[in-house]
Ligand binder design. Structure first.
Ligand SMILES: [Zn+2]
Length: 385
């Protein structure tokens, strides 16, 4: 059935802290106009789906409607623009994405020649093939899709068809395990990380990429929140999850998407380790902290779309000034203000640009961000004069 949609029938304990199932509601809808409710956990501030579809319902969705829903996912073309299936640039764009992925995995994992590397959700094996060709790794994959797994095998990848729960490597141990945009789809990411930890050599590396809830893309309820994404990690919640699963986190990178590199913590006791608030890297990042910033993000994104469409009306500018008094995510707020100011200058409305920069310069941001906005306001004052 190609129009199967999974129903959210299960109220889980928070997948990161496991302490409770309560939190602040931060969204009720998601991509494809689906009903997707996300909450920010009262204890660890993880943004996650609750209620959510069961594992069985999601398996049915992945086997049916998911492919249609995501069939037109495209990639940034090397020469600029965005290429979707059918575009002349699509294959080139897709391969360039895999090359970037392979470069990230090698750099973050400090992968060496001869390393045994396992990729979770390796698809057709392209990232692993590129790593093998570039530095000579021994490539392994786990892929639930039969068609893709067969392509990976044809490319010389030792690929297991199935899930993390089904896979048994026997005596085999890995120097590196990597997963790109997988963890957010799992019902029990903690159990999966503990299982994968047992497949690593002591000191082996885990390289993870997931979407970053502190740097969302598009409108939250129209694009970023998706029913297939059961969790929406931040660097903080990903660190807590890895720590509880017996890893030492070497680094996290907020680079649009969120990257983490971790190694096995040989001193960790019985897993999972219990959640204690001391595991949170930053106690300020409470559920209210996250919910406030997500709200600001959503309002700013809507205003960006409106202002770019209609130009700088006084009503919209005042609303923007009001929104800039709210706490927001720093890279997003800075980018939005800068983009607005540049756009208004292009539209020969330097006073509107200056208005935005001045409003931002007195916002609730760190001092260095306020001084950047002040410098921008001064520059625009000179243009407007
Ligand atoms: Zn939690």
């Amino acid at each position: 059935m190609a129009n199967y949609l999974p129903e959210a029938t299960e109220v889980p304990l928070c997948p990161v802290c496991g302490v409770s199932s309560s939190g602040l509601e931060v969204g009720t809808r998601g991509r494809f106009e689906m009903s997707v409710r996300n909450i920010a956990c009262d204890h660890c501030a993880l943004v996650y789906q609750s209620p959510r579809p069961t594992q069985k319902a999601m398996a049915e969705y992945y086997a049916t409607t998911y492919r249609d829903h995501y069939s037109d996912v495209g990639y940034n073309a090397p020469g600029g623009g965005y290429a979707v299936p059918g575009d002349a640039q699509f294959e080139v764009a897709k391969d360039s994405w895999h090359q970037q992925q392979a470069a990230n995995a090698q750099k973050l994992g400090e992968t060496k020649a001869g390393d045994r590397v396992l990729e979770i959700g390796c698809r057709h094996g392209r990232t692993l093939s590129l790593m093998r060709d570039a530095i000579g790794i021994e490539p392994y994959g786990i892929e639930p899709g039969l068609d893709e797994a067969e392509k990976a095998r044809a490319a010389g990848i030792s690929c297991f068809v199935g899930t993390i729960e089904d896979y048994d490597p026997g005596e085999l141990r890995f120097d590196q395990i990597q997963s790109f945009h997988v963890l957010e789809h799992l019902h029990d990411p903690l159990a999966a990380l503990i299982r994968m930890r047992s497949w690593l050599k002591p000191g082996g590396r885990m390289v993870i990429e997931v979407p970053n809830v502190y740097q969302p893309y598009g409108l939250l309820e129209e694009n970023f929140f998706q029913n297939a994404h059961l969790t929406n990690f931040s660097a903080s919640t990903l660190r807590v999850l890895l720590a509880r699963a017996g890893y030492t986190v070497l680094l996290t990178l907020d680079y649009g998407a969120l990257f983490a590199v971790a190694t096995t913590d040989e001193q960790a006791g019985e897993l999972p380790l219990p959640f204690v608030p001391g595991l949170l890297p930053n106690a300020n990042e409470s559920a209210i902290w996250v919910a406030d910033r997500l709200k600001t993000y959503q309002i700013l994104e809507r205003l960006r779309v409106l202002l770019l469409a209609t130009g700088p009306t006084m009503e919209l500018l005042n609303e923007l000034a009001g929104t800039l008094k709210r706490p927001g995510f720093i890279p997003h707020t800075v980018n939005t203000v800068t983009e607005m100011a540049e756009y208004f200058v292009q539209q020969e409305a330097p006073r509107a640009a200056m208005f935005v920069a001045v409003a931002a310069s007195v916002g609730p941001y760190p001092a260095e961000v306020c001084s950047r906005f002040q410098a921008l306001a001064l520059q625009l004052h000179a243009i407007a004069a």
